[in-house]
Write a protein that binds this ligand. Structure first.
Ligand SMILES: CC(C)(COP(=O)(O)OP(=O)(O)OC[C@H]1O[C@@H](n2cnc3c(N)ncnc32)[C@H](O)[C@@H]1OP(=O)(O)O)[C@@H](O)C(=O)NCCC(=O)NCCS
Length: 272
């Protein structure tokens, strides 16, 4: 008889999990990069058969929102409801922590996962485009400025976006964390003749070494070019190897080494 258990992952589960996560996607998988951090953060769930891990999923809670990530099921054991059970358990944890909303990110071409989310009544909330850009030194001054801590700029930022991306998690923006991001000099904009022509938030990835993540909120061609040049230069001087850009904008200007990678649906479900 098979003994099934759904429990919190232990460090000792790592090797067995990484074994079935080697070739998840055509490019491999990122679970090996995040495993240790996810164990420390908690809420890394594992489903076992006779104490052998066969499926995982991580969830985290931020301002009454559940974020679900890293759902992986051993290729030989799919279509048995394992992923569904892990997501439902994550939602259970969220409800116990007064979360109102659950979210996850799914590539627009990942039909299996879209079906999975659909079967659990998640809806496609937004489409985000993912671009990659390499660092580059520049020898001219840009019109890029850091946002300052005043009410009109905070209201302005919040009127354009309700979330930003940190380590591949979409986090809710509130007055309080906009203020913190401003204090940390993470919100920048480009200005032309007194008008803001691009706005973005950047963070250093907590889990992926030397990666800068940029949430590009809006911008015209010139403004975006200014912000990206500024960040390429900043990256070149700070050991960053890649800038990952997430944006709801449909088209970005043509820039050398700027490469469109994928598009994602931000999936959302109300859970209370
Ligand atoms: C996507 C994935 C997690 C699904 O795991 P799973 O345990 O096989 O899924 P479940 O058995 O819980 O399926 C639940 C529902 O998802 C959908 N689904 C799962 N696999 C599917 C497939 N191969 N084709 C179509 N729909 C599928 C179905 O709606 C299914 O319900 P049903 O079986 O009643 O029709 C698994 O295929 C996987 O690990 N894929 C690679 C990693 C990945 O894409 N992770 C998600 C990143 S967002």
């Amino acid at each position: 008889m098979i003994d099934m258990e759904l429990r919190k992952a232990k460090s000792s589960d790592k090797n067995k999990v990484l074994e079935f996560c080697k070739t998840t996607f055509s490019w491999g998988d990122y679970i090996s990069d995040v495993w240790d951090d996810w164990i420390l953060e908690g809420n890394l769930l594992v489903l076992t058969e006779n104490d052998v891990p066969v499926a995982i999923c991580h969830c985290s809670i931020n301002i009454e929102q559940l974020w679900i990530e890293g759902i992986r099921v051993n290729k030989n054991l799919r279509r048995r409801g394992f992923a569904k059970r892990l997501v439902q358990e994550s939602e259970f944890i969220a409800k116990n922590n007064n979360c109102k909303i659950s979210q996850m990110l799914i590539a627009t071409n990942n039909q299996k996962s879209l079906n999975l989310a659909g079967s659990l009544t998640y809806k496609k909330d937004e489409i985000w485009n993912f671009y990659s850009l390499l660092p580059k030194k520049i020898n001219y001054k840009t019109n890029v400025k850091f946002a300052t801590n005043n009410k009109s700029i905070i209201d302005f930022i919040l009127s354009f976006t309700s979330s930003y991306v940190r380590s591949w998690r979409w986090l809710r923006l509130t007055n309080t964390n906009v203020k913190s991001l401003i204090d940390e000099k993470k919100i920048l904009y480009s200005e032309h003749k007194g008008t803001i022509n691009a706005l973005a938030i950047f963070t250093k990835s907590d889990h992926f070494k030397n990666i800068l993540m940029l949430t590009l909120i809006f911008g015209n061609e010139n403004g975006i070019k200014e912000i990206l040049s500024y960040l390429q230069n900043y990256a070149a001087q700070t050991n960053i190897v890649r800038i990952q850009i997430l944006t709801k904008l449909k088209n970005l200007p043509k820039i050398n080494t700027l490469e469109k990678k994928l598009s994602f649906y931000l999936m959302k479900k109300e859970i209370q």
